[in-house]
Design a binder for this molecule. Structure first.
Ligand code: DAH
Length: 347
């Protein structure tokens, strides 16, 4: 009879070693320790043991029962902790990151204003044209009806690359984006094999350079946006309507414009464009000078090969800094180029 107990002991330990998960362990528990299990059965068998052997059998059964139960407890603990351990690396997704804020970059205020202006004019049917910043005086002056000897051509007022006294077509940093008018007209005439075939309607934003002494309103480099529209029967009324529409699209429906007669060599008649805007609700409306405009001078059309009897046009040019400073109440142009983040972040 004692051999049965030894067999039970070995069977129990072998099976326990093979039970490798919670389900197998439970099945093992039911087989050996359950109320109808093998240990219970062995206890029931005690009645068949001869009386003389009963004490020894009982003692051995107790020892084995204890050993098997202890083995189960140990096995369960080790399997249990293995099951509780997570499979992969642990990541607490709720924990705040080390970098809690990320600085986002963005375009400079002048770039943004330029893009806004391009958007407004694009919606009015203008396309964008570009021209070189390193120009020659033919495009900067001659073809814009600014003749030799004109005060605007003084070497002291321009960044010449070549000496204008020695070189026939001296190169220079352009002093105005009006140069792009000439380039666009020349290209259109060349595309039409010597005559203009189709209307022109462009804007051209870009950098210009003048050796001005830097102060709150002047800089040696700034930005202009030029406009040119050439078609049949273009009049001052078209110009004024376009500028008013622009002003209201950009500054809001309250904006008003005013054209004051003035003189530019490349337009006739010419006007100074003022804009009436309210910068902030708590401020009075005021007039702000924006730039120049007018009807393209016949000499300018002719210089690029366009027949002024067939075509007429208007042109305009504004300072982008002045516009941005007006719109965002920036008191000093130098703030735009000081790269002070405390300033730039406010815009
Ligand atoms: N180019 C002029 C300047 O820099 C601005 C200007 C005036 C542009 C009249 C124009 C215009 O196109 O028609 O001061």
């Amino acid at each position: 009879m004692a051999a049965i107990l030894d067999q039970l002991h070995t069977d129990a330990l072998d099976a326990l070693a093979r039970a490798s998960d919670a389900a197998a362990l439970e099945a093992w528990r039911i087989e050996f320790l359950g109320s109808k299990g093998r240990l219970k059965a062995a206890m029931g068998a005690i009645k068949d043991v001869p009386p003389a052997d009963k004490p020894a059998f009982g003692a051995k059964l107790n020892t084995i029962a204890k050993a098997v139960e202890d083995a189960f407890t140990t096995r369960k603990a080790s399997l249990g902790s293995a099951a509780a351990a997570p499979a992969g690396p642990t990541v607490d997704v709720t924990e705040p990151g080390l970098i809690e804020t990320r600085e986002l970059g963005r375009a400079h205020i002048i770039t943004r204003v330029r893009d806004e202006l391009v958007d407004v004019f694009a919606r009015m049917g203008f396309s964008v044209a570009e021209g070189p910043e390193l120009e020659d005086d033919a495009h900067n002056f001659v073809k814009l009806n600014i003749p030799p000897g004109h005060p605007a051509r003084e070497p002291i007022d321009n960044f010449y690359i070549d000496d204008p006294a020695k070189v026939p077509a001296p190169r220079m940093l352009r002093s105005q984006t009006s140069t792009v008018q000439v380039r666009v007209m020349e290209a259109a005439v060349a595309a039409g094999q010597g005559t203009l075939q189709t209307p022109i309607k462009i804007i051209s934003p870009g950098r210009v350079y003048r050796p001005d002494t830097v102060d709150a309103t002047h800089s040696f480099m700034f930005h202009q946006i030029e406009g040119l529209c050439i078609d049949r029967h273009v009049s001052m009324a078209d110009l004024k309507g376009t500028l008013l529409h622009f002003a209201r699209a950009y500054f809001g429906p309250e904006a008003e414009i005013r054209l004051r007669p003035t003189f530019f060599p490349f337009t006739e008649p010419s006007a100074e464009l003022d804009l009436k805007i309210r910068l902030r609700p708590d401020q009075p409306v005021r007039w702000m000078e924006l730039g120049g405009c007018g009807i393209v001078h016949p000499n300018v059309l002719r210089a690029s090969g366009i027949d002024p009897d067939t075509w007429t046009g208007y042109a305009f040019g504004f300072g982008i800094e002045r516009l941005a400073m007006g719109k965002y109440a920036i008191p000093d142009i130098r703030m735009l180029y000081a790269n002070d983040l405390r300033f730039l972040r406010q815009l």
